[in-house]
Write a protein of this length. Sequence first.
Length: 212
Amino acid sequence: MPRHVRLGMMVLVLLLVGGAVYFMDLQRQVQRLAGLPPEAQAPALMDQPAFEATAPRKKVLLFFASAEVDGRLETEERDIYASEEITLEAKQILVALIKGSLSGHLPALPSETRLREVYWAEAGLLVVDVTGEARVRHPGGITGEVSSIYSVVNSLTYNLPAVSEVQILIDGAEADTLAGHIDLRRPLPQDLSMTALQNEDGDPAISETQEY
């Protein structure tokens, strides 16, 4: 057999062996990575944002679904740290909502929910990003869904005058609904028609008609 043919065959064999070794090593790496737990998409923010103990405090009203009257939102007073940053006050309000009622009202969101982030998007619009447990663990039903959504929307718009609308994201992405009924693809304004609160003129507070 000519020498150049033998050399060619040796090179071919070496290439085949090297390729096989590389392929097996690549396959092992893929299998190892597949077995690792998925990384968290964002840090959970269940703890309150850090403030100095001497920071000023302010009272806010949180909205929770009534355990006695279907479709009713009840209020609870809480203290938060005052801040010039809207998002810092919003985070405290949302964390308190997720932790739940202290007066026996129904949860605003499933307790497994975690707050991912809050964004001040533009004049009047606050964007709230929560984890998928808000949807996966939600008990469902149109009344429960409306109560959950407006627990969040009303708690933010009522206590933060600069906020007129709230958009809810789930796991960092726009969601069609929370539990199959209410459109979350658009920002939602305040709706106090489910509460006992009144407008400044003394009339029951009723917002613009919502399309559910």
